[in-house]
Design a protein around this ligand. Structure first.
Ligand code: FAD
Length: 484
């Protein structure tokens, strides 16, 4: 715990620590919780942050950051493998998984140090304990190891944990993503259960590091929330690299058999050295005292909230993965920033009334190879809710994309979706290194720009961003590098 936040100056000249009512107490120090705490402290609130593990949560220690470090290592290997196509001689030797893990760990620990320093510098009281919600006649509080931490408002930010479907995960042969990130030796052959973002990212990176991968998904396609035309490109590119995709295949069980695992499918048994269970994540609500405190849950087990993130208990709010919707770190940041500003506004400390973040405006990225990124409505969603017009730019017409994917016929595409004669409501992209482009898509969708509004913005050449500009120009009726 860092410094107590207030000290009482007594008449006799001595000092004693006050039992203090904080303005805000946050339970959970992942992206959603720490963003709430940072913004609230910046706005002058007195904040306590209770975190039982490490500040930074799933994202920093077991999610976003380490997976992207592994994906970057995998990408480096495939880049070297293709070097000859660009006239560069290179000899590939093995993969030192322990060293890749060390690379990921060093990134994580540097970022963790920076985050801890930042939180300390804002004067936030960090309590490194397990906490639990209490609501009594005096209002909300967090029970931390028998001590009550009182606050005018309490924010729940306990995040999510892997769903295992009751399968016998043991961290050695039957793994969750948390175990998979701690491996010091790569398996020769892996079966991955689940074709969502986490399953696809591991399939891509393990394959690129030389692992034989079988990916089993019960639904007919990978990434069910993404545009099917882009998912088709992803599936082709993964299959072309040798990922064995079993789509529409429902697993009936997994057992460990010595040094092997056996995954039972209706018509066959798949054997591998490890199985990764990547079938989703559930909100962490157990043991938090929510029922006694009057905090209602949704049928999916998430904390039920209003648009302003208020729970059913007065003075108690929830943010991040605890709230139903896409499980993304930047959604947690957006929740936290909004909530801190909203509470300050309610307390009269800020005249501007903030707007709650909308899931529709939140960009999504699958960092596989190729990357798939999107924001807003897919073509199908837009068609079903008022109609749409779309424009696709094939990345084979983009010089930069061709340099990044020498020899690949499926370079990818950028798709813009607009309402008929109306604003842009969706941007979707698939291709190598394409993910950064979605920031511009987010501006277009968030500002409800029309293609005419943005057609005069100039994009640098040669860059991937030109693909988005071209798709827009086509919708504005003035395509330059497209046959119309
Ligand atoms: P969490 O990050 O889960 O943090 C919750 C915190 O609460 C934890 O630190 C936990 O220790 C603490 N806590 C829980 N209970 C208590 C208690 N009783 N007392 C005290 N502390 C408690 N998102 C992206 O945007 N981009 C990505 O690239 C990405 N990649 C991912 C890859 C993987 C493999 C995984 C698993 C997730 C990934 N995510 C990604 C999702 C992202 O990690 C989550 O959306 C994000 O971490 C959610 O933030 P949160 O603050 O709601 O919860």
């Amino acid at each position: 715990e860092n410094q107590p936040t207030r000290t009482l100056c007594r008449e006799d000249g001595r000092l004693s620590r006050m039992t203090q009512v904080h303005d805000l107490a946050v339970l959970g120090g992942g992206p959603a919780g720490y963003a709430t705490a940072l913004r609230a402290a910046q706005l002058g609130l007195d904040v306590a942050l209770v975190e039982e593990r490490e500040l930074g949560g799933t994202c920093l220690h077991r999610g976003c950051v380490p997976t992207k470090a592994w994906l970057q290592a995998a990408k480096t290997r495939t880049t070297v493998a293709k070097a000859d196509r660009l006239g560069i001689g290179a000899i590939l030797t093995g993969v030192d998984a322990a060293k890749v893990r060390g690379f990921a760990d060093s990134l994580v620990s540097g970022l963790h140090r920076g985050l801890t320093g930042l939180i300390r510098s804002r004067g936030i009281r960090v309590v490194p304990e397990r906490g639990r919600l209490v609501v009594d006649a005096e209002g909300p509080a967090l029970d931390v190891d028998g001590e009550l931490l009182r606050a005018r408002n309490v924010v729940l930010a306990t995040g999510s944990a892997p769903v295992t479907l009751g399968l016998p995960t043991d961290g050695e042969r039957i793994l969750t993503s948390e175990h998979a990130l701690r491996l010091e030796r790569l398996p020769g052959r892996a079966v991955i259960l689940g074709g969502g973002v986490i399953g696809v990212e591991f399939a891509s990176l393990w394959r690129d590091l030389g692992v034989d991968v079988v990916l089993v998904e019960a639904r007919p396609h990978l990434l069910p929330n993404e545009d099917p035309d882009l998912v088709a490109v992803l599936e082709r590119r993964l299959r072309a690299r040798g990922v064995d995709l079993r789509l529409g295949a429902k697993a009936e069980g997994i057992v460990r058999d010595g040094d092997q695992v056996r995954l039972e499918l209706p018509d066959e048994t798949v054997t591998a050295d490890v199985a990764l269970i990547a079938v989703g994540r559930r909100p962490v609500t157990d043991g938090l005292g929510l029922e006694d405190a009057g905090v209602a849950l949704t049928p999916t087990g998430h904390v039920s909230v209003t648009r302003e993130l208020a729970t059913t208990a007065a003075g108690v709010f929830a943010v991040g993965d605890l709230v139903a919707g896409s499980q993304l770190a930047h959604r947690g940041y957006a929740h936290g920033i909004f909530l801190a500003e909203h509470l300050t506004h309610l307390a009269g400390g800020r005249p501007i009334r903030p707007r709650p973040p909308e899931d529709r405006d939140i960009p999504r990225i699958t960092y596989s190879s190729p990357q798939l990124a999107s924001v807003g409505l897919t073509r199908e969603q837009a068609a079903a809710t008022g109609g749409c017009e779309i424009s696709d730019f094939d990345l084979r017409g983009n010089a930069r994309a061709l340099m990044l994917t020498p020899g690949d016929r499926d370079a990818g595409l950028v798709r813009v979706v607009r309402r008929p004669d109306g604003p842009i409501v969706g941007v979707h992209a698939i291709g190598d290194d394409i993910a950064e482009l979605i920031a511009e898509g987010t501006l277009m969708v968030g500002w409800q720009a029309t293609p005419d509004d943005v057609k005069e913005l100039i994009h640098p050449h040669p860059s991937l961003s030109e693909a988005l500009a071209e798709a827009n120009l086509a919708l504005a009726g003035s395509a330059l590098h497209m046959h119309t």
